[in-house]
Design a protein around this ligand. Structure first.
Ligand SMILES: *Cc1c(COP(=O)(O)O)cnc(C)c1O
Length: 370
């Protein structure tokens, strides 16, 4: 079965083998050396002043970012399940919150962020997804971050890059906290959250907030190549392995280029067979199709073509299916996915199979203007 869900994503075999060694104690020079090398690789990946690894799923890093970086009021962008989560985290901690809310296919605009900042001078942090995975939507997070900093440079910009880090190069000029997680573009099992911080964020964190997710405690420890609590040792070993694997396969720029081409080839192939892309601004981490027969197509792909894709959640649960592009995915697997969708459409009596999807995919992916 091919795993094509936008998280978890398949773990490369070499990485699984790297994680299969004997148990290491986390407070040892052996593990600290691994931690130090992994930290160095994360500085390269994120391009920020500080990096942290937290033993939690991605949501833990979202919570840590909100509690440590919001001291007055949070502005959160809700164009889906994950944006909604930032607001729920604020509510759970009694942190004041205003939200810009949209249907899950629609990105936030710079103008409405500016209007919210004008109306709420006490906002001191904004949280946004770079890619909102609920609908596969790309926010223009960089432009919004730039507008926030132009308005007031002391406002913290928290960017959830869980389905963006490792997908594309992110301009972190105006980002104070960039969040990533293990089980999406980083091709690891779930359980490790990653955070990049700006020097302004480190300053604002000060003594930190909370206990388990007190970022001041983590910064102090991780700068010494250890962690405040027991480290997720196996996942960190896996992270070093995966980041070295990306290097061995030609580096980050090659990974970004291949992901972008695979995403574009998939979108164009599916549009060519009459399907519709759900988000108005699609991200490259996944392709989301909205279709009345989405659940049927998804079941058919699983039962007859050995492909596991994701559906939707909440009100668009049965309206969409999502195809992952994150990770080191061979082109032949991605081509099989669009080919299978075309076969499914024939079985549903919607078109005669003629190989259009595969042809368009291959032309776009391997074409001279790719
Ligand atoms: C997966 C994901 C998360 C984190 O979810 P966890 O289940 O806690 O790892 C957060 N934001 C986005 C955009 C995601 O795709």
């Amino acid at each position: 079965m091919l795993l094509f869900t936008p998280g978890p994503t398949p773990v490369p075999e070499s990485v699984r083998i790297a994680m299969a060694g004997e148990t290491l104690h986390h407070r040892t020079p052996e593990f600290e050396a691994i931690f130090e090398r992994t930290r160095a690789l994360l500085f390269e990946l994120l391009g920020m002043s500080e990096v942290l690894m937290l033993a939690s799923s991605g949501t833990g890093a979202m919570e840590a970012a909100v509690t440590n970086l919001t001291h007055a009021k949070l502005l959160s962008i809700n164009s889906g399940k994950f944006g909604e989560r930032f607001g729920k985290i604020a509510a759970a901690h009694g942190i004041a919150n205003v939200e810009i809310k949209h249907e899950w296919d629609t990105a936030a605009s710079v103008a409405e962020v500016q209007a919210a900042l004008d109306a709420n001078p006490d906002i001191d942090a904004i949280a946004i997804q770079i890619c909102e995975s609920a609908g596969g939507l790309r926010h223009n997070a960089e432009a919004i971050a730039a507008a926030v900093k132009a308005h007031n440079p002391s406002i913290m910009v928290i960017a959830d890059g869980i389905t963006a880090v490792g997908v594309e190069k992110i301009d972190v000029t105006n980002i104070d906290c960039l969040i990533s997680g293990s089980q999406k573009a980083l091709m690891l099992p779930p359980g490790l959250a990653i955070m990049g911080l700006s020097s302004a964020a480190i300053e604002k964190i000060g003594k930190g907030k909370g206990y388990y997710f007190n970022l001041a405690t983590e910064i102090k420890n991780q700068q010494k190549n250890t962690t405040a609590w027991t480290a997720a040792t196996t996942l960190i070993i896996g992270l070093e392995s995966v980041l070295n694997r990306i290097k061995a396969e030609g580096g980050l720029s090659k990974l970004y280029d291949e992901t972008a081409r695979r995403a574009r080839a998939t979108r164009e192939a599916l549009v060519a067979i009459g399907l519709h892309i759900y988000p108005t601004t699609p991200a490259d981490s996944m392709t989301t199709i909205d279709d009345e027969q989405a659940p049927k197509i998804r079941t058919m792909l699983k039962k007859e073509f050995e492909i596991n894709m994701a559906g939707g959640q909440d009100h668009i649960k049965d309206l969409i299916f999502r195809i992952n592009h994150m990770g080191l995915i061979p082109a032949y697997e991605a081509a099989w996915v669009v080919n299978s969708i075309e076969l499914a459409l024939e079985k549903l009596g919607r078109r005669t199979f003629d190989g259009t999807a595969n042809k368009v995919f291959s032309t776009v992916y391997f074409g001279s203007n790719a």
